[in-house]
Design a protein around this ligand. Structure first.
Ligand SMILES: Nc1ncnc2c1ncn2[C@@H]1O[C@H](COP(=O)(O)OP(=O)(O)OP(=O)(O)O)[C@@H](O)[C@H]1O
Ligand SMILES: [Mg+2]
Length: 208
């Protein structure tokens, strides 16, 4: 097989980090070279940008500024980490991709009543990533009640926007992931870590 670029998406606390770790482990056990990364972040520049984006003490960030910050971090990880890895034959498991910006930044919230225009998000994403698209992107879906149980009370700037915003974000995610069935899979994040992992594996194993 060639190297695969796999993305895990979903709302905060749905289990992306947990499942990325399990998937990377499974791929490694199967003998594949794998890189586990996340965005925003995954590079020194990207981690600084992540710090700005998640810092509640900075207050609301202008919605246009926010879109560019996400795309900026993404441009850096695409060019400095993801493409070089794939070219070297290493598969990449990445937590979030530009679908997250489409979902979170086009959905309206109190600090930006209208949300960013979808066409601006897709155009800036295309330029930032230079067209680097995952072979498979998985949306982990978890009911709100279950999510709250897992998350506890320690909310970051985005999570603090509340449940109506979260529902809007979830709806945009779903619309995206109901597209191209070759690239996208929607996976239930309910149940034990092992049960979810088996569903995730089922959704990617044909690639490897
Ligand atoms: N299947 C599961 N059952 C119970 N708890 C889980 C399960 N999967 C993950 N968790 C727990 O839920 C919390 C959130 O999981 P995780 O950090 O993997 O989510 P995430 O999507 O990466 O969140 P974030 O968007 O905040 O990075 C963690 O405390 C994790 O240990
Ligand atoms: Mg995480």
């Amino acid at each position: 097989m060639g190297a695969a670029f796999i993305v895990l998406e979903g709302l905060d606390g749905c289990g992306k980090s947990t499942q990325a770790k399990a998937l990377v482990h499974r791929l490694e056990q199967a003998g594949h070279a794998v890189l586990h990364t996340r965005e925003p972040g995954g590079t020194p520049v990207g981690e600084r940008i992540r710090g700005i984006l998640l810092d509640r003490t900075l207050g609301e960030i202008d919605p246009r500024c926010e879109v560019f910050l996400y795309q900026a971090a993404r441009a850096q990880i695409a060019s400095a980490v993801i493409r070089p890895a794939l070219e070297a034959g290493t598969s990449v498991v990445c937590e979030r991709w530009h679908y997250a910006t489409m979902a979170y930044q086009t959905a309206a919230h109190d600090g930006a009543a209208a949300g960013a225009p979808a066409e601006m998000v897709s155009e800036t994403a295309a330029w930032a990533t230079a067209g680097t698209e995952p072979d498979r992107a998985i949306l982990l879906e978890l009911p709100d009640t279950e999510r709250d149980q897992r998350m506890g009370a320690d909310l970051d700037r985005i999570e603090a926007r509340g449940s109506t915003y979260r529902q809007r974000v979830g709806a945009v995610y779903r619309r995206i992931f109901e597209g191209d069935p070759e690239r996208f899979r929607i996976v239930s994040a309910e149940g034990t870590i092992e049960a979810v992992h088996e569903r995730v594996w089922e959704a990617v194993h044909d690639l490897v």
